[in-house]
Design a protein around this ligand. Structure first.
Ligand SMILES: [Zn+2]
Length: 222
């Protein structure tokens, strides 16, 4: 397991951080296409999602190299969090409520994470910010679990959907005007489904062409 940031390019199509993170394991069955192989991949995800500042990520990479065992156990907790998030939001996408133990484990990560949240004064205004002064290997999890809490308590939780593709399990927020978005990404899953429908139609046309009585019109050229 490497603590170095990897080159894998994550597809951030979930519309919100916690769903993008849940989507780092993809496809159906869900056990295939793992994009997080170690702590370094967690850092890469955070960099690409913009959820942790670059300076903090470099600091975390150093910290993980100094404490490989702790980095490994933090990575395990990240994977547990991801699977909890997937459980919670795939149930919500199906119109069901999450399990009580899923909410309990979300709350455990939330409690630890939110203790690092603080106020920062910007000129004459304030903003929420994470404490970057004391580097902590769990840092990538903080904004992810916060994003999950915010999504669950917002109106948008009603717009959580799961990709309709038979080979993709990704979650996303449907922000389309018609609220009828079916694919995590039109250019991948949407197009695959379109290509498959096209292929099925052609096959049916060919099959029905074969049983057509002799002399009947054929569909050639269509
Ligand atoms: Zn998909």
């Amino acid at each position: 397991m490497s603590s170095r940031q990897s080159q894998h390019e994550f597809e951030l199509t979930g519309g919100v951080l916690c769903l993008d993170f849940a989507n780092t394991l993809g496809d159906r069955p869900r056990s295939t296409a793992e994009h997080l192989g170690g702590y370094g991949d967690l850092l890469s995800f955070s960099r690409q999602a913009g959820s942790v500042p670059a300076e903090s990520l470099d600091e975390l990479e150093r910290l993980a190299e100094e404490h490989p065992r702790k980095a490994r156990s933090t990575f395990q907790r990240a994977i547990e969090l991801r699977e909890t998030l997937f459980g919670v939001f795939s149930r919500i996408a199906d119109g069901n409520m999450p399990e009580a133990d899923e909410i309990q484990s979300l709350n455990e990560v939330l409690r630890q994470s939110m203790s690092h949240l603080q106020l920062r004064v910007l000129d004459e205004t304030f903003e929420w910010s994470w404490d970057e002064d004391r580097p902590c290997l769990e840092r990538p999890l903080w904004p992810i679990v916060r994003s999950a809490g915010e999504l669950l308590t917002s109106e948008e939780s009603r717009s959580v959907r799961q990709c309709a593709s038979e080979t993709c399990s990704w979650l996303f927020i449907d922000r389309s005007r018609t609220k009828r978005r079916r694919w995590c990404d039109m250019s991948t899953c949407g197009n695959r489904a379109k290509a498959r429908r096209h292929y099925q139609r052609q096959k049916q046309t060919r099959a029905s062409g074969q049983t057509r009585p002799r002399g009947g019109r054929t569909n050639s050229g269509q």
